[in-house]
Write a protein that binds this ligand. Sequence first.
Ligand code: MIC
Ligand code: SF4
Length: 651
Amino acid sequence: MPRTLIEQILAAHLVEGELAPGAPIQIRIDQTLCQDATGTMAFLELEAMGVERVKTELSVQYVDHNTSQMGPENANDHLYLQSVCAAKGVYFSRPGNGICHQVHLERFGIPGKTLLGSDSHTPTGGGIGMVAIGAGGLDVARAMAGHPFKLVCPRVIGIHLTGKLSPWVSAKDVILKVLEILSSKGNVGTAVEYFGEGVKTLSVPERATITNMGAELGVTTSVFPSDEATREFLAAEGREADWRPLSAEAGCHYDRIIEIDLSELVPLAACPSNPANIKTVAEVAGLPVNQVLIGSCTNSSLKDLRLVAAMLKDRIVSPNCTLGIAPGSKQVLRMLSEDGSLAILLAAGCRILESACGPCIGQGFSPASDSITVRTFNRNFLNRSGTKNDQSYLVSPATAVATALTGVLSDPRQVAQDLGLVEPVWEMPKQFVIDDRMVIVPPPAGQAGEIVRKETIGEPPHCTPLPETLDGEAVIKVADRITTDHIMPAGANLKLRSNIPRYAKVVFECFNEPGKPTFAERAAALRDAGKAGFIVAGESYAQGSSREHAAICPMYLGVRAVLAISIERIHAANLVNFGILPLYFTDPADYEAIQEGSHLRIEKVAQQILNGDEVQAELLAADGAVRRFTLKCTLTAEDRRIVLAGGILNA
Ligand code: MIC
Ligand code: SF4
């Protein structure tokens, strides 16, 4: 049978299972990446596993998230990471070198390899034909230790690209179109593969923008073929030897084919507060905008920022608006400084930010109250910017600049026409500025110094085995599409990532009501009374980030099960890793019947999940009435054993 490209790469890495959509499989991981906000915990876990040296072909640790450094916590994490990487054989990309996904694409990614990253946007590597997957820190630690990665073999959706993008329409508009078609929920267990004549018209940075935001679809990975454009990019990075041609075999079967004619696309915007809430820019044009931000792992490449500079040349940002720019990597920033683009940006009044995640993860640049912020980022979840009830629109760099020039949301085609602008032609440089001195190569085994553990570096938390009966309360009931940003706020709280007791205090903070006990207080009170905490959720629970803290902190507070209509892939795995049982409603009426504070009970839980896929539970009313209902357990036999043991570190 002819195979899709994803099937070919999975087959070449298959360690266990059968490559049939929906089947549990295990694959060998060639490369891993971690960033600092998830990496500290991942390395504490690696140490807890007793691993002396990583076993992958390549593992890289980046420092790009927690760079605001208000207080010593971030710097303490960085010191720990640098020293533990030296000891374990991991490359360390220093703060200032750039955002993990951009730098990995530039310097390390290899077509046809597998990459597992403790960050949900790891599929950026699909832009050069990698099967790149986001996962929780513990799964990445296991991969570094040489274990295969467990996943459900995805159904592959083919996206057939034809035509060519019109002027001022860009890769961001392609992925926003895909988000409009597939939405941000219901895509668990699928992967996306791009093919067709239109692929050739897209350069690697454009492809990477598209695969990056595949994370917002909730798919396992997104992959482009590796072709002449890939070779051109790798050659410019001085890595042509890493190139190999890869594409789907003629006649392969896609689960579904989506047709996109690139020539028909127009500038699009993801409106507040979900990346799949798509309108055309023309529909929202004219809204007053106070802040425009360009950057993040989605849109911070040299191609993006050269376009930005071309549009801003000899112009000034609107007085009603501020424009911040965070180049994706030191390489990008150096190229901009050497070709004169940086001077243009400064002259135009841009506020140049460090090459890091920055405002994308709420580290600074929170917008004014009741104002609109327009961003080239990939997520606009409510409050993620650090401002309560923010209104964040996600757009392409061209739309962002058009908006910054006018102070109102603007269609770049219109602004270009008004200003007589012609879209610059992008040419891949023959050679990027290559300077890897910001990446510290690990010394040979046994030659590293001491691991630096300042007082803010904690221990990886352990969970206790699952009790015989889960008897307790629904600590919270939440609706559909709850994100990990709702569960574990980042931004100013990011510095608490190595301090679980402190970070756990802000679980579900956005749902706390003034004058009432917080989620953390309610859950801890139940835990201390020997009761089980339950989280009750609707569809697509825990969208977004891979942060395993969205499992660890609830676990620390005594949560033992999540009952949901559906749960996103990475989070479901994180729950298992930390001993929380993910269970699914079989009848939406049962979800409706449960309220916050409802008394819930699952008797003989171990026996039930070892015996089959159905779990009988009870909702007990104050008057003694009992409503019995059935939940579904979809875990593999191994995962059932892990949850029963109280998580991977115990198992
Ligand atoms: C994000 O974009 O939400 C993050 C911050 O990069 C997360 C990782 C984290 O929470 O540390 C992600 O996407 O996985
Ligand atoms: Fe960083 Fe934002 Fe990308 Fe997450 S989405 S890795 S916070 S730039």
